[in-house]
Design a binder for this molecule. Structure first.
Ligand SMILES: [Zn+2]
Length: 278
């Protein structure tokens, strides 16, 4: 069994290495670096003013991407911090220049649909795609039992743009309700991975945690007879700073966790086969 699981992990490593070495990926990083990450409040302001907005940027940012805002388009108002440079004295009496935020001002951004010009490259190739297939019967219930045994309740709920979450304080795992069975199961394994691997011991970073549990999800799906590569490869690749190294370093932990989940699935399947159904 170990060889099979390691082979699945190797496949994941190869696929991620291929994604991050491709031109599409480099293009995506270049584009992503030009788009600002907005705060939660600004996301809310964008949503309230233009609920169908997909990609937003300021007037000049669009210009640098070869697109211009159409005449007469009304901007979306958001807050931008006013930063000032000021000199402070350190503990050892040296003078240091630091940036301070003093209040906010309103600036305007525009959605891509309000602009025209060069096409942005098609980045779909490097985005995780939601799985839309059916899944093997019985696996959802068996995974829920495992989550319950680990002390977590499983609910169908959506929070923001997340596909699922594992809340250690309320001991709740959630999976968004509006996805196909294969995606729901993949997400449930991912969150169960967090519950099993990260309840007691926090990983060194969010990157490590996410790469670890998505590896677990990919391996368990593969061993259960369905392929989550369309989602998992790009999901793992998007974690920065050498996701290939991260993948290699977390292989043993991910495989051991996947093996535990698969062993429980097997014993639950055996138990349910033992019931009299006449
Ligand atoms: Zn996660």
């Amino acid at each position: 069994m170990n060889d099979k699981l390691r082979a699945a992990h190797n496949k994941l490593q190869d696929a991620v290495a291929e994604i991050v070495s491709g031109d599409d990926w480099k293009q995506m990083l270049k584009i992503a670096s030009k788009f600002h990450r907005y705060s939660f409040n600004n996301h809310l302001m964008i949503f309230l003013q233009r609920p169908d907005a997909t990609v937003v940027a300021g007037f000049n940012r669009w210009k640098s991407l070869g697109r211009s805002v159409r005449r007469g388009e009304k901007g979306i108002a958001i807050f931008a911090p006013c930063r000032y440079k000021t000199k402070v004295e350190t503990d050892i009496g040296e003078e240091q220049t630091v940036q301070q935020i003093r209040g906010f001002r309103v600036v305007h951004v525009f959605d891509i649909s309000q602009t025209e010009g060069d096409d942005l490259p098609d980045l779909d190739a490097v985005r995780p795609k939601l799985l839309d297939a059916d899944a093997p019967e019985g696996i959802w219930d068996a995974l829920v039992s495992q989550a319950n045994e680990a002390g977590f309740e499983v609910v169908r709920n959506r929070r923001g743009s997340e596909n699922g979450y594992c809340d250690f304080s309320s001991k709740q795992i959630a999976v968004r309700p509006d996805v196909a069975p294969a995606q729901a199961i993949k997400t449930l394994i991912h969150e169960l991975g967090h519950a099993l691997l990260h309840s007691e011991e926090l990983p060194r970073s969010k990157e490590v945690a996410e790469v670890e549990v998505e590896s677990v999800a990919y391996i368990v799906c593969d061993a259960s007879g369905f392929d989550s590569g369309d989602y998992s490869f790009a999901y793992v690749a998007r974690w920065p700073d050498g996701s290939s190294d991260l993948l290699r370093d977390s292989a043993d932990r991910a495989i051991t966790c996947a093996k535990g989940i698969l062993a429980s699935l097997e014993s639950l399947a055996k138990r349910s086969r033992g019931f009299c159904r006449c």
